[in-house]
Unconditional design. Structure first.
Ligand SMILES: Nc1ncnc2c1ncn2[C@@H]1O[C@H](COP(=O)(O)OP(=O)(O)OP(=O)(O)O)[C@@H](O)[C@H]1O
Ligand SMILES: [Mg+2]
Length: 364
């Protein structure tokens, strides 16, 4: 069983605290994605697990063993970086087997491990080529193959796809997910891209400024964000936030005059006069006749469209509520001119309320 745990793990670079005492338990075979904006401490955390960075305080265990003082090669992990360097003068086969040659494995064992990795990653046809004769995606697969041959307990990935173009990135995302389904190892994967996090993760760990902000399945983070940072980081487009104030116990007055009822989940948890941010996703604000028919409480709004982004099956409509730019979605789209005023419905049951001062979600 290969669980990985972090207990109160801290990292100082000189006086700068890059990681602030994080706690995390990763299950055997779990695919966990660390995601967050640049500089939030993702790579530092991964590198402490790998043994490439000293742990300033706290404890890391792999498979039940404290590894704080173990060198990387004794942790039975394999790491794939953004800038994976393949050996240019070696063939794919030689690149795949090289770490086992270094480890003085016997020839038959190397051949077997290399063939297995090639099979899993679909590299069979490419074994005699040199890296210069491969596409970006093929090179990336060789880099992953090099990690696989060592049969590690844990794979660590640090932005392995960020050097690829958008299309290849999407393809490789699927390859990595298939690899996990076949091999079933524990994977800890770092990215700043929330789409990668959403599509790959069993559980997402969202970090900000060296802290963990929220841990959960992709849908938990999407549907129940702890605060406005999570709400706007996870999901595309980001959740709309409109400033407002609670009036009485049942109503939120959005600045600019519009009133909406307090969503059921927040009822009884807010107080008269409290300043809030009222949140909802583009999917929950749709023009009449171009929406999904859902049960539940709705509010009717007339809004002027300022800009459109046609995506094919849907069009994102930009509009404004109470001075805040807001995005809506139109299903089965028809062409819309900027300046056109449309009737929209807001699905109130799907709305969120956040305290304006603390940014924390108000939810029962
Ligand atoms: N070797 C180092 N020496 C000093 N400070 C460092 C070092 N490495 C990282 N840092 C700092 O630690 C913080 C976390 O860096 P880290 O590389 O973990 O961020 P990240 O989340 O991986 O960001 P990115 O998405 O840009 O890769 C940043 O403020 C960074 O400047
Ligand atoms: Mg990084």
């Amino acid at each position: 069983m290969t669980e990985v745990t972090l207990s109160n793990v801290v990292k100082y670079y000189g006086k700068h605290r890059a990681v602030h005492g994080i706690n995390l338990a990763i299950n055997d075979g779990e695919f966990v994605v660390l995601v967050g904006p640049s500089g939030c401490g993702k790579s530092t955390t991964l590198r402490m697990i790998a043994g490439l960075e000293d742990i300033s305080d706290g404890e890391v265990t792999i498979a039940g063993r404290v590894v704080n003082d173990l060198p990387p090669r004794e942790r039975n992990i394999s790491m794939v970086f953004q800038n994976y360097a393949l050996y240019p003068h070696m063939t794919v086969r030689e690149n795949l087997g090289f770490s086992l040659v270094i480890a003085k494995a016997d020839e038959a064992a190397i051949a077997k491990a290399v063939d297995e990795a090639a099979e899993i990653l679909g590299l069979n046809e490419l074994m005699d080529r040199k890296p210069a004769e491969l596409s970006g995606g093929q090179r990336q697969r060789v880099a992953m193959g090099r990690a696989i041959v060592r049969h590690p307990d844990v794979f660590l990935f640090d932005e392995p796809l960020s050097n690829l173009d958008a299309k290849l990135r999407t393809q490789m995302r699927v390859e990595i997910k298939k690899l996990h389904q076949r091999v079933g190892n524990t994977i800890i994967y770092v990215t700043h891209d929330q789409v990668e996090a959403m599509t790959l993760a069993d559980r997402i760990v969202l970090m900000q400024d060296g802290h963990i902000v929220q841990v959960g399945t992709p849908l938990e983070l999407f549907n129940k964000p702890n605060n406005t940072f999570v709400a706007t980081f996870i999901g595309s487009p980001p959740m709309n936030l409109v400033d407002g104030k609670v009036v009485g116990a049942e109503t939120i007055e959005l600045y600019g005059g519009l009133s909406v009822p307090v969503p059921a989940a927040a009822r009884g948890l807010i107080s008269d006069g409290q300043h809030v941010k009222f949140g909802f996703r583009a999917d929950n604000l749709m023009p009449v006749g171009h929406s999904v028919q859902e049960e539940g409480e709705k509010a009717d709004l007339e809004l002027k469209v300022t800009l459109t982004e046609p995506l094919g099956t849907e069009t994102v409509l930009f509009t404004e509520i109470a001075g805040n730019e807001v995005q809506a979605k139109m299903l089965n789209p028809r062409p819309v001119r900027p300046g056109e005023v449309l009737k929209f419905q807001l699905m109130l049951d799907k709305c969120h309320v956040f305290d304006a001062a603390s940014a924390e979600a108000i939810r029962g």
